[in-house]
Design a protein around this ligand. Structure first.
Ligand code: DC
Length: 225
């Protein structure tokens, strides 16, 4: 089997990118990399260590002390920050509130992109994020650009967050998403844009199975025995 197929999935926040990416990885036995988790883990480190985001020397210094890894246990993938499993904490609102400014910092992007490109070498991978088809893997065989109605996206994320955040409101989640969309699409460094050769997948009215079949139909031609 061809062993260097890259599937790049980009799109807005809470569009179901990671759900689709995980399902594809399971179906195809590809490695799944959640690049957003890396930006979230960096953000968590900056918050814990009171790093001034505007201070380039402090940011560069902090990046040297950040070691991220993906580990799999019982078919679940975890992200570790300096060997600590931070998979749960990076999903919390205090991290979500600050991840856009952190991911807009050039030094942060350079460091993450370098690591992501290394992960894609000689492997079949599915990576989701905002700049995967444009910057990280411009030569990816398959590029998907996911989008969905903002209200539906907010409802989906709200349902996900509610069990661990009983006081959260739908309005708060909607505002956070709208703010992140704005920052992600208007930032100077690698803004979220659709790669010219990316296939648009609007999943507002699509089930998870329908999305999976759609994506598989675009990937399967590249899989040779
Ligand atoms: O996919 P996510 O919502 O977990 O991503 C968190 C943030 O990280 C998002 O607001 C934008 C940023 N991000 C990015 O700038 N580039 C990526 N490749 C992935 C995420």
């Amino acid at each position: 089997m061809n062993n260097n197929i890259v599937v790049a999935i980009d799109g807005y926040s809470s569009c179901g990118k990671s759900t689709l990416a995980k399902a594809l990885a399971k179906e195809l036995h590809f490695i799944y990399v959640d690049s957003g988790a890396m930006y979230r883990a960096v953000t968590l480190y900056f918050l814990r260590h009171n790093i001034d985001f505007t201070n380039h020397a402090q940011v560069a210094d902090a990046l040297h002390n950040i070691h991220l890894n993906f580990k799999t246990h019982n078919h679940k993938t975890f992200i570790t920050l300096n060997e600590e499993d931070v998979s749960e904490e990076i999903r919390q609102m205090h991290v979500a509130d600050k991840v856009s400014p952190v991911s807009a910092i050039k030094e942060v992007r350079v460091a993450m992109v370098r690591q992501q490109q290394r992960m894609g070498r000689s492997k079949n991978i599915i990576m989701d994020g905002r700049d995967i088809g444009t910057v990280v893997f411009p030569d990816a065989q398959v590029k998907l650009f996911m989008t969905a109605d903002p209200k539906i996206r907010a409802e989906r994320r709200y349902k996900e967050l509610l069990p661990t955040n009983p006081n959260i409101t739908l309005e708060e989640v909607f505002d956070n998403l709208a703010h992140r969309d704005y920052q992600d699409t208007t930032r100077q460094e690698s803004p979220l844009i659709r790669a010219q050769d990316a296939i648009i997948l609007d999943n507002t009215d699509l089930s998870q199975d329908e999305q999976l079949l759609f994506a598989l139909s675009h990937i399967e031609p590249f899989i040779t025995e």
